[in-house]
Ligand binder design. Structure first.
Ligand code: THU
Length: 157
């Protein structure tokens, strides 16, 4: 039997260590949490996507009384981005969240499996890595790509 390991490189940064554009996206993802519709979970997530034309698209989680009909912030943002700018490609996505106490979460928030799969589609379409930044209150995880968040992903066969 053979074995291989999958390693995920994660840079941990403070806000000051982020570039100007990264900081801008963090602010926008955090602002987007205030447009979240989360009357059931009270967990407000925001995402900001930078496109290669330098447009920035944001999204937030939108819940529904029929729970599975709601959608996460990341999918709101990525579907909206591609619906609005089908010719642009993704460069970076930043994700932030506020917990049930209304405060930004202490530890960086990570996208659910379904969102990872959805985002991977747009990374594949871009033909290059799409940087991912996960926001905690004072700590930011920087991942080089969506695929680093979804090892052994399902791809078209
Ligand atoms: N949620 C997101 O928006 N993104 C994620 O990656 C994880 C979870 C939302 C879904 C639901 O509205 C709320 O957070 C609680 O799970």
């Amino acid at each position: 039997m053979k074995k291989f390991e999958i390693k995920v490189p994660v840079d941990v940064a403070s806000f000051d260590e982020l570039s100007e554009m990264e900081q801008r996206l963090v602010v926008m993802a955090r602002e987007a949490t205030h447009r979240s519709y989360a009357p059931y979970s009270h967990f407000c997530v925001g995402a900001a996507i930078l496109l290669d034309g330098e447009q920035i698209v944001t999204g937030s989680n939108q819940e529904n009384v029929a729970y599975p009909s709601g959608t996460c912030a990341e999918r709101t943002a990525c579907f909206y981005a591609h619906a609005q700018y089908p010719d642009s490609r993704f460069k970076m996505i930043v994700i932030a969240a506020r917990g049930t106490d209304g405060e930004f979460v202490e530890n960086p928030v990570a996208p659910c499996g379904a969102c990872r799969q959805a985002l991977l589609e747009y990374e594949t379409l871009a033909g290059h890595d799409v940087k991912v930044i996960l926001c905690g209150k004072d700590k930011f995880y920087i991942l080089p790509s969506v695929k680093s968040l979804l090892p052994l992903a399902f791809v078209e066969f």
